[in-house]
Ligand binder design. Structure first.
Ligand SMILES: Nc1ncnc2c1ncn2[C@@H]1O[C@H](COP(=O)(O)OP(=O)(O)OP(=O)(O)O)[C@@H](O)[C@H]1O
Length: 543
């Protein structure tokens, strides 16, 4: 049972105390059983002292059982907390290419759905563990009363174990399959939400997305029913075992093993007594199965992230530039998207160019010519598959790529506007407000308590808001991917004729992807890409 192994492995330092409280609960329960049996056979012993001992044992049981539930829940939650933190750290240490390969759906589903499955089952696992110990000590007592009865019960339990194993093999693949289905459902729901407007213009499209969602929801429903069916066998098993045991104890033991009537009565009571924890163990198996699969999938995600982190692993981070930008040179630089099925993917390069500090370079070319891809390679987001990228003669490599990126402020076409000024939480509010006015956003948003009061602006306005962050960062290199594409004529002009020259005037390097041929004269150089290669380079300052 994967989840129990994992729990005990994670419990390490607390394993002994967890087992101690579970044992305490189990022994106290067995002692209650013994006491009840003995006192039922000898009512003259049922005095105040016996009552006191009975109460004391009961209190011990309550304490042991409660401590077991509490510790198990704490352990499960601590384990989940560690996993969440670990996943967040791994994501942070991964590079873009690795993260794109894992995909958003899997990370989102495992961190939310799978974690809540385990969290909800936490206390059931506690009850499962407690019942397991009660069962063990109850059986020890039965063995003490009658070995044949114990053998019979043990036989039934072994039989029950095989049923559970069989159900486990049956149910677990369905649970795994449901985990995969949820990822597909996530993608379809994203289609529904992100493509909401597009779907409004085509009832057929809307219907087809809806049909796909219904099909997946139906598969999830069927899977849930199949799982419940499989587990219902486990849930009714304790009753069947109880009746078989009672039948066997009543009909076979007196006849074949010479057990006397009082012992028979004790055995019947004991059998009924172990039935309670047995039912809890069987009921808890549901939690064990579900949590095991949930953990297995979380571990699979962690495995994928580990691989991605491994590829991005750096032994000793270095910063050879100390924030000072030199000439950016590429020699036969190549990047090819990783392929899932062996098919050749899009490739940029081989490409060689030198960009001087303070130079303004525009990257132009048709759709899909590789401009954005090249930007990601030039900014160290994608690892190059070949060639060299140097800054001031120093090779950019995994050890120093983080320091290299710290010299760049970028606004990609699919930029994200953070809810807070992360990375610049100490920014001067007055400076931010001045930039808000400079970007024509006064009255649209304001800056209070380290965040913009409104971010639900138009795409062009949001891009201007993102620009404020880059200006605050004040780094040597500015990268803009189609910044002006969604700006009005006034801000388009502002970008090319004021912002870019102002940055150049401050010695900043500007690399911008653009389609605005009207403003090509604002660059020092225009590089035209075609099929991932440089087709033409035009120096705008050439006579
Ligand atoms: N994550 C990815 N995996 C595989 N191929 C990709 C990926 N992203 C982009 N591509 C492919 O790389 C090629 C270049 O894309 P890129 O976005 O760099 O072009 P672009 O010149 O910026 O285009 P546009 O002007 O339309 O923005 C395209 O053919 C695209 O299909």
């Amino acid at each position: 049972m994967y989840v129990l192994d994992l729990l005990l492995e994670e419990a390490k330092g607390q394993r002994a105390s967890l087992l101690a409280v579970a044992t305490m609960g189990g022994i106290a329960n067995a002692l209650l059983l013994v006491g009840a049996n003995v006192l039922a056979g000898a009512p003259e012993w049922a005095d105040m002292r016996a009552l006191f001992l009975f109460g004391l044992t009961m209190a011990t049981y309550v304490l042991g059982a409660r401590a077991t539930y509490h510790r198990t829940t704490s352990l499960v939650e601590a384990l989940l907390h560690r996993i969440r933190t670990r996943i967040a750290e791994k994501i942070e240490r991964t590079e873009l290419e690795g993260l794109e390969r894992v995909g958003t759906a899997e990370i989102f589903d495992r961190v939310t759905e799978n974690m809540s499955v385990v969290s909800e089952q936490g206390w059931v696992l506690g009850s499962f563990l407690q019942a397991l110990f009660v069962l063990v000590f109850g059986l020890v007592y039965i063995a003490w009363i009658s070995l044949p009865a114990f053998a019979l019960i043990a036989l039934m339990l072994v039989f029950g174990f095989f049923i559970v194993q069989y159900r486990f093999d049956e149910v677990v693949p369905v649970l795994r399959q449901m985990g995969q289905l949820r990822l597909e459902l996530f993608d379809r729901v994203m289609d529904l939400l992100k493509g909401f407007k597009e779907a409004k213009f085509s009832r057929r499209r809307g219907r087809e997305i809806h049909d796909d969602i219904v099909t997946m929801a139906e598969s999830l429903r069927t899977g849930a029913v199949r799982t419940a069916e499989g587990l219902s066998g486990v849930l009714v098993m304790p009753n069947c075992v109880l009746y078989i045991l009672l039948g066997a104890v009543i009909f076979t033991l007196p006849r074949y093993s010479g057990v006397d009537v009082p012992t028979m009565a004790s055995l019947v009571t004991c059998t009924a007594f172990v039935w309670g924890p047995f039912t809890s163990v069987a009921g808890g198996l549901n939690a064990v199965f579900r949590s095991s699969v949930a953990f297995e999938q979380i571990r699979a995600l962690e495995g994928k992230l580990d691989e991605a982190v491994q590829r991005a692993a750096v032994q000793k981070p270095e910063d050879p530039w100390n924030g000072r930008m030199g000439t950016l040179s590429t020699r036969d630089i190549v990047y090819e998207y990783p392929s899932d099925n062996g098919d050749r993917c899009f490739r940029v390069g081989p490409l060689s160019l030198d960009i001087e500090p303070g130079e303004v370079v525009f990257l132009v070319g048709g759709n899909g010519s590789g401009k954005s891809t090249l930007l990601k390679v030039l900014t160290g987001l994608y690892p190059r598959s070949g060639g060299e990228l140097r800054v001031g003669g120093v090779l950019v490599q995994p050890e120093n790529v983080a320091a290299y990126r710290e010299m760049i402020s970028a606004i990609y076409s699919d930029f994200h506007l953070f809810s807070k000024l992360y990375g610049m939480l100490d920014a001067e509010p007055e400076a931010v407000r001045a930039l808000i006015a400079q970007m024509g956003l006064k009255g649209k948003t304001s800056f209070e308590e380290q965040q913009f009061t409104r971010r639900t602006l138009s795409t062009g306005q949001r891009r201007r808001l993102a620009t404020i962050m880059t200006l605050l960062e004040d780094r040597p290199v500015y990268v803009f991917d189609e910044w002006a594409a969604d700006q009005d004529p006034e801000f388009r002009r502002y970008f090319y004729e004021e912002l870019v020259p102002a940055l150049k005037g401050r010695g900043k390097t500007v690399i911008a992807v653009t389609h605005d041929d009207r403003y090509f004269h604002c660059a020092d150089r225009v590089i035209k890409l075609s099929y991932g290669k440089v087709q033409a380079t035009t120096r705008m300052d050439a006579p």
